[in-house]
Write a new protein. Structure first.
Length: 385
């Protein structure tokens, strides 16, 4: 038998603790105590690394505590998640009150709502407050945040502006739900989303999704990451939590129609069945296990390897040279994400190429270096090797 390489051994260790993590999360969500045999000889440091990569440390901490296992890093993660959720909720109420006073309509997104449907506080760890707002009021919004002591870290690039304040406050203010740079039906489908929103009781300018539309948006958001750099196991946990709360009350005929428009019918079915089978602890077929492995090895925010692979096949058509040329001389349609001012005139396109190269060699140097290293080691589809 051939000796295992270090890479294989590392992967096997990671997979082992990913399986432990998933069982702990299932126990936490379902209010069950983990089997002591599962935790026998578990290296809590290795387990923490895997859980942390998927933003599931607080959730796993609840399960470990129920089994009588005291683990300082896990307990700290849980306490930090609870504290952060409380502080972020309090700060969000202040910001939204300012939006009300300035007559700015708003829609809380993603984890802001989802965390409330998890069984216990802090189980669903939050990194930021995501809110969709009136895109015509971005300057007023900037003034509000600055008056509240925030620093604007990014504005006018992509679909959201970023505001931060110490010690941990982080807001992403969305001007739209999806970028028109993202190919597919998402941008046109969500372009005029306000017309389909429901006014939130007790507010003048607050809105929320219909239950089915929230599920559709979460699926679309997950697919955007899944089809790019990847997304982690927490996405499957989110799916289970949402379905546990709403599945019996959903209008599934409406969902089927809208999923067809979003081209998400197959993705939704695979995602839902995998989440349900995981939490039912049913054996997975080989293709389902491979699907799960993609989540396990992606981590919460995906991997550079997945992102490069996707872009390599999509834009490079499997050719390293074609892909490098694409990365340097990015088409104008895609340049707008990094340099929105390029829309003013075609003359600015060369300047935008130079700007991207400069940014890649400065603020994004680490990512660019890693991408180059990965690309060098990647086989060209046209290679005869």
């Amino acid at each position: 038998m051939a000796e295992k390489t270090p890479e294989v051994m590392i992967k096997e260790l990671y997979d082992k603790y990913a399986a432990v993590m998933i069982e702990l999360v299932i126990c936490a969500i379902k209010g069950q105590v983990p089997d002591q045999e599962l935790l026998r000889d578990v290296d809590l440091t290795e387990l923490y690394k895997v859980c942390n990569r998927h933003n599931l440390t607080a959730c796993a901490a609840y399960a470990l505590e129920s089994a009588g296992i005291s683990a300082r890093k896990f307990s700290q993660a849980k306490e930090k998640a609870i504290r952060k959720n409380i502080l972020m909720d309090s700060e969000r109420r202040i910001i939204l009150q300012h939006f009300e006073e300035h007559k700015i309509w708003y829609l809380p997104l993603k984890g802001v709502l989802l965390k409330e449907w998890y069984p216990k506080s802090g189980m669903r760890q939050m990194s930021d407050n995501d809110i969709l707002c009136d895109e015509t009021k971005v300057n007023e919004i900037k003034e509000i945040f600055e008056e509240c002591g925030y620093t604007c870290e990014r504005m006018g690039i992509g679909v959201h502006d970023i505001y931060k304040k110490k010690p941990l406050y982080h807001f992403e203010i969305h001007r739209s739900l999806f970028s028109n740079l993202f190919e597919g039906p998402f941008f046109p489908y969500y372009k005029d989303i306000k017309e389909r929103l429901i006014k939130t009781e007790g507010t003048e300018y607050g809105y929320h999704f219909r239950d089915e539309d929230y599920y559709l948006y979460m699926l679309a958001h997950e697919y955007k990451h899944f089809s790019g750099g990847g997304t982690g196991v927490r996405s499957l946990v989110d799916t289970y939590v949402i379905l546990k709360r709403f599945r019996d009350s959903y209008d599934w005929d409406y969902l089927a129609e809208e999923l067809e428009k979003l081209e998400l019918t197959e993705f939704e079915l695979r995602n839902r069945l995998l989440a349900e089978k995981l939490f039912a602890r049913e054996p997975l077929a080989q293709d389902e296990q491979e699907y799960l492995n993609y989540y396990i090895h992606s981590g919460t925010y995906g991997t550079l390897e997945n992102a490069v692979n996707t872009a390599f096949e999509k834009y490079g058509k499997g050719s390293k040279l074609r892909f490098v040329l694409f990365r340097i001389f990015t088409p104008p349609r895609l340049l707008r994400g990094a340099a929105p001012w390029v829309e003013k005139s075609p003359i600015l396109i060369p300047a935008a190429w130079c700007y991207r190269l400069f940014r890649g060699m400065t603020s994004s140097r680490k990512r660019v270096t890693n991408e180059i290293k990965y690309l060098i080691n990647k086989k060209d589809n046209n290679s005869k090797e």
